[in-house]
Design a protein around this ligand. Structure first.
Ligand code: ATP
Length: 263
């Protein structure tokens, strides 16, 4: 007992910091891939690593050699398979490091009230447009991208690059508008693009009334750091998608709260 304590390694503040930082990075990675197909691939990798460790401990030579081959190229395989996720993660780190875009810094220097006031001015035209689209039962899909991934959006979208306004959003989604089919993407405080074709979710447990618009709205939040408002053409109901999950039939008060948090 005595010698156990004598041999116990000394834990310094940096060891604790090390563990906390690793836990934080794993949590961020988990958030990034949660609900996406990448989560299953990640679990696959983890299982192979765990199996390799176990067979190695049990001295099972053949299995160790086979699994060892996978593990040897592990880091390269991870980068190839998670190319998109690694890209998004690095972009996120870069954007968060920028002082101007970091709301927490603004709150610290200018006070929370000022930030909320500015944010309400930003989201008001969007909420007003949603009210009008709901009233007229005009189908719409509005995506809020945390960062605008040119590669992801530009290939399937019409570039707009315009100030956010109620009337512009209304006009885009009018059935006679050439841009009404597809989604509008809002990022960097602008309407960046319209008529975007987005990836559809592959979820099988969605309500029966959810068609392509809802599937695209959920799909984009699985593949990207984004949230989406979906207005149903059939019912006028508003849904809100985030990280592959959807809240149905939300009120405008709820929408305001959600946008305040996410946009
Ligand atoms: N991949 C996609 N990306 C973006 N928008 C899409 C995509 N596929 C379909 N849409 C949009 O969804 C519309 C068709 O919606 P659909 O009726 O299938 O959806 P829904 O979820 O049932 O919604 P609603 O309640 O409005 O009918 C299309 O006209 C188009 O504007």
């Amino acid at each position: 007992m005595h010698s156990f304590f004598l041999n116990f390694p000394k834990i310094t503040i940096f060891d604790i910091l090390d563990v906390v930082l690793v836990a934080f990075i794993i949590y961020q990675l988990y958030n990034l891939i949660r609900g996406t197909i990448a989560a299953n691939i990640f679990i696959g990798f983890a299982v192979i690593f765990a199996m390799n460790f176990i067979v190695n401990q049990l001295h099972m030579k053949l299995l160790t050699a086979i699994l060892g081959k996978f593990v040897d190229v592990g880091i390269i395989a991870v980068i190839v398979v998670f190319q998109q996720e690694v890209r998004r993660f690095l972009l996120l780190v870069g954007k968060n490091a920028s002082l101007q875009r970091n709301k927490a810094w603004w709150q610290y220097f200018f006070g929370k009230k000022e930030v909320e006031k500015n944010n309400y001015a930003r989201i008001k035209p969007i909420i007003d447009a949603c009210k009008s689209l709901k009233q007229t039962k005009t189908g719409a899909l509005i995506v809020f991208a945390k960062y605008y991934d040119e590669q992801f959006y530009q290939n399937s979208c019409e570039v707009v690059e315009a100030k956010i306004s109620k009337r512009l959003l209304e006009s885009i989604f009018q059935k006679t508008s050439p841009l009404h089919d597809g989604a509008v993407v809002i990022a960097e405080n602008k309407i960046k693009s319209a008529s975007c074709i987005l990836p559809l979710t592959e979820k099988t447990d969605l309500p029966a009334q959810f068609g392509l618009r809802h599937r695209a709205g959920i799909g984009v939040t699985e593949a990207n750091e984004a949230t989406a408002i979906i207005i149903s053409e059939e019912t006028g109901e508003l849904s809100y998608a985030k990280q592959g999950r959807v809240k149905m039939n939300i009120s405008f008060a709820e929408l305001e709260k959600l946008l305040n948090k996410d946009f």
